[in-house]
Design a protein around this ligand. Structure first.
Ligand code: HDE
Length: 724
């Protein structure tokens, strides 16, 4: 409350204030420490009075029914020191509302961050889909996106090892299309029937209520060990994909096989991909753990600040389109969500670009209340018989009622379509629309009496389900089984592992060791390792060694795996982009540092598309050579894990002083340990030595920062960490 008025005109003399405000000030001034707040309070009152004079009704505080408040500081009492009166409708309404301000958090994906944006078609595909959105190049539609972690609660950290949700709501002219995907193209399970078990196992354990936002515990790995179909997803979840550096630098996937249907009624299968324009970046596990402490809101803050600064994150929408014939000739079933289609087999064709260009105005109203439904499709986009997708079509509608409390959740602004919608549905809790007329049923002939008869179905433009049965099933049979190829649990897990660089493979092995080391039940560890033997014998051996256990017997495979050709598209490191765009460089300076050098470094990074964050032992104005300089962050509150690369401009005396401080030594030790580029001046050497930083191609003089770029130097990793 104090903030908006700080620095404005001094408070008026007490006699000019309203009696209520005087009362508030008196009661709020028990000690000298409160003077500032009280002054601000006076200013607030002053501003409101002035606004009132201008007849600006919005400036008055009212209750929810529009009654103006005369005092927002004191409840109504029976006498100066007496009890509060139940008649105080203002107090009761305020507390009543507050008491009910929380809604049930999402059972999964509770922690999320959202933003508005726009989608633009870059390639028309009328041959593939009749969806109006894709008919013309240049066509645009607004979107809302929510990124999320899966396992943790709404208040949990942003950087656990976890899958990230990547849910996009397209507000098209033909209604909302929700592409509710993840940042990993496959899933843990094949059938919706197993979802509650999966989620129960990964969430906090039922009796003890921990661990929060972590898969490294008994129940998760117990379930995984007993569900060999999860092994492909486990490879992804243990890889660097599960610890993205920012939300802006991760891929997204629709996961399931969907259908495109064109105007001629021809259907083709389609998989959706989001490719980040900034390229992909991940954290290193040690870094992820430290970021969690340094800034639990790391991803949310990054997204918000990037958009606020006008650095709009963008993704290209790609499609892999294929027909039944292709599907039938693959060694996997395209209806199985634990399988992907290698990009080398079916290239990803880019058809549009999404740019996030507006932060939410209110987190609760938009990010919390947004309701995604995989069942929200538009004519030209249809479902497949993927048994996981089929279950989702039911679940999301259902969950919104429990979260948002009403079947009218579609009327909440962030959920409402931006095209008109009319039907005969009426009433329900929190109906906020006021439908007119009598036509709330159909058919009716009210128009014959001159009344509005309401809307009607339209066979030509309305949604029609794809009619052909290209998915080869016998609809006369009722069965609880899975198709044969679903039984191949290991071919694609091996494909993923063998597509990674050596360093990425080491990260996977180490992640498995870390996670399983947190599993207390030894038979669970052994079962998981026995399954790894079906993926790669050396991986299984590395994990067994890392856990100091004997290699268990190989688990029998339900179906013999086949060999697939490694795919570079599955590796982050093989696709790494050397760019400053969207990257942040931390520059350390202190008293006496050369401002001109700092300015030059900053200008260079900014020109290359990056941002700079100045770090110093103190945040106020610091005397430097050439003037004073303010830091963006204090050293011990701005560890190097928050940056993509670091640089330092220090005079020898200041560096000698900093070399005595853990925060400064740790700054470089971590940057080095996390394989980041370290640019430095001569003065910094004393700290580098103490931090154990050894020369390599990523430890360079400041002048070389732009040339080397904010890339990771993974060749350094074996020197700084013992990987499995
Ligand atoms: Fe979800 N999932 N899910 N899921 N999911 C939810 O819906 C569910 C699955 C995904 O930012 C819930 O509104 C079932 C796959 C995202 O609001 C719930 C199954 C994929 C989000 C639900 C799956 C996802 C959710 C919880 C197995 C990737 C967050 C709150 C059949 C393709 C959306 C809510 C947001 C959220 C159910 C599997 C992605 C309970 C039953 C596979 C990104 O309805």
């Amino acid at each position: 409350m104090a903030t908006p008025t700080k620095g404005k005109a001094p408070a008026r003399a007490a006699k000019e204030r309203s009696p209520a405000l005087d009362n508030a000030l008196r009661d709020h001034q028990p000690g000298a420490g409160q003077t500032d707040e009280a002054t601000a309070l006076g200013n607030a009152g002053e501003i409101h009075q002035e606004a009132a004079a201008e007849n600006d009704a919005a400036a008055f505080l009212t209750d929810n029914f529009g009654h103006r408040l005369s005092d927002n500081q004191n409840s109504l009492r029976a006498g100066m020191r007496g009890p509060t009166l139940i008649e105080d409708f203002i107090l009761r309404e305020k507390i009543f509302h507050f008491d009910h301000e929380r809604i049930p958090e999402r059972i999964v994906h509770a922690r999320g961050s959202g933003a508005h944006g726009v989608f633009e078609v870059t390639r028309a595909i009328p041959d593939l889909t009749r969806a109006g959105l894709f008919q013309k190049k240049g066509q645009t539609c607004p979107v809302f996106v929510r990124f999320s972690t899966v396992a943790g609660g709404a208040g949990s950290i942003d950087t656990p090892r976890d899958v990230r949700g990547f849910a996009v709501k397209f507000y098209t002219d033909e209604g909302n299309w929700d592409l509710v995907g993840n940042n990993i193209p496959v899933f843990f399970i094949q059938d919706a029937m197993k979802f509650p078990d999966l989620v129960h196992s990964v969430k906090m354990e039922a009796d003890r209520g921990y661990p929060q936002a972590a898969s490294a515990h008994d129940t998760f790995w117990d379930f995984i060990g007993l569900m060999p179909e999860s092994m492909h997803m486990i490879m992804w979840a243990m890889s660097d994909r599960a610890i993205p550096r920012t939300l802006r630098m991760m891929e997204g996937f629709g996961v399931h096989t969907f259908r495109f249907v064109n105007a001629a009624g021809e259907g083709r299968f389609v998989k959706f991909h989001w490719k980040p324009v900034l390229g992909m970046e991940s954290l290193i596990w040690d870094e992820a753990v430290k970021v969690a402490g340094a800034d639990p809101d790391f991803h949310r803050r990054d997204l918000f600040e990037s958009i606020a600064a006008g650095h709009f994150p963008a993704w290209d929408l790609g499609v892999q389109v294929f027909d039944e014939e292709f599907a039938a000739s693959q060694p996997y079933d395209v209806l199985d969500a634990t399988k992907l289609i290698p990009e080398e087999d079916v290239p990803v064709e880019i058809v549009g670009r999404m740019t996030l260009n507006r932060n939410v105005d209110n987190f609760f109203a938009e990010t919390e209340q947004v309701a995604f439904l995989p069942s929200n499709v538009i004519p030209g986009i249809d479902f497949s018989n993927d048994p996981l997708l089929q279950g989702r079509l039911f679940s999301y509608l259902d969950t919104q009622k429990s979260r948002l409390g009403t079947t009218n959740f579609h009327q909440i602004p962030v959920n409402a379509p931006k095209c008109p919608f009319h039907n005969m549905q009426r009433d329900g809790l929190m109906q906020t629309l006021v439908p007119t007329g009598r036509a709330n049923y159909e058919p009716n002939s009210l128009d014959e009496a001159g009344e509005d008869s309401g809307p009607r179905a339209c066979p030509e433009t309305g949604f029609t389900s794809f009619r052909e049965n290209g998915e080869r099933h016998d609809p006369t049979e009722k069965v609880r089984v899975r198709a044969d190829l679903f039984a191949d649990h290991y071919s694609q897990a091996a494909l993923f592992f063998h597509s990674q660089t050596e360093s990425e493979q080491a990260h996977i092995a180490s992640a498995l060791v870390f996670e399983l080391s947190k599993v207390a039940l030894e038979h669970v560890r052994a079962r998981v390792v026995s399954r790894l033997r079906n993926i790669d014998e050396t991986l299984a051996q590395r994990v067994a060694d890392g856990l100091a256990m004997d290699l268990p017997e190989k688990a029998p495979a339900a179906r013999q795996p086949v060999k697939m050709k490694p795919s570079d598209a599955l590796s982050i490191q093989k696709q790494a982009k050397k760019t400053f765009a969207g990257r942040k460089v931390g520059i350390l300076f202190a008293e006496g540092s050369d401002k001109a050098t700092i300015d030059k470094l900053k200008a260079g990074v900014e020109e290359a598309g990056g941002t700079v964050f100045l770090v110093a032992p103190k945040v106020g104005g610091i005397p430097v050579k050439g003037g004073t300089l303010k830091a963006d962050g204090k050293l011990d509150g701005s560890p190097s894990v928050l940056f993509d690369a670091v640089a330092s401009v220090l005079m020898p005396e200041a560096a000698a002083k900093l070399a005595m401080q853990g925060a400064a030594v740790q700054w470089f030790m971590d940057a080095y340990g996390h394989c980041k580029t370290i640019a430095h001046c001569n003065g910094t050497r004393i700290i580098l030595e103490k931090a154990g930083v050894e020369p390599d191609e990523g430890v360079v003089p400041n002048e070389k920062l732009l040339e080397v770029g904010p890339v990771r130097h993974f060749a350094r990793e074996p020197k700084v960490r013992d990987l499995a």
